[in-house]
Design a protein around this ligand. Sequence first.
Ligand code: PRP
Length: 184
Amino acid sequence: MLSSTASLKQSGGTEFKRIVFDEETIAGRVRELGREIAAAYPDGELLVLGLLKGSFIFLSDLVRRIERPLQVDFLVAASYGAETISSGNVRLLYDPETELRGKHILLVEDIVDTGKTLNRLVKLLRAREPRSLEICALLHKHLADHLELEPRFVGFDAPQIFLMGYGLDHAENFRNLPYIASLT
Ligand code: PRP
């Protein structure tokens, strides 16, 4: 999985050192996740909720590999700053328009780091009374002391280093890298 140790540089951008998950590895795992998810939901309405911004590439690849009917919507959460909707200790800048009650909700996250983001969102989403709530995370660092809900679907156990690319940013840059790389 550690496919390159060469120094790499995105044109005009910061230098990064190592590809941690290459395109082929990611695509293969996303295909498997799609199959796992389709098998896990034999019936009922499935709503795939992508947490922006980090999940946008993973989500778009993943839903094309889930071969069953589904709907897609998004969440934009903020830990501070101006907010439009407040519930408990999570603030949503965008609240899904789609009705959540009675549906299978699959929350898609790019990375579980400290787990704080997920812990807040899980409480909020449970209050919407879905039929079920599960998490699909591309990367899981296994750092959290306590997770309200352990991700049922995980792409890769991630090393505890800063990662970027395939949706993950470094100061808002590098989201467009087609692979996941480390800074050091
Ligand atoms: C990142 C990432 C996860 C979250 C994980 O989002 O996309 O959502 O942090 O960290 P945690 O497990 O420690 O809560 P960020 O807030 O950087 O926003 P972004 O998705 O717009 O990049």
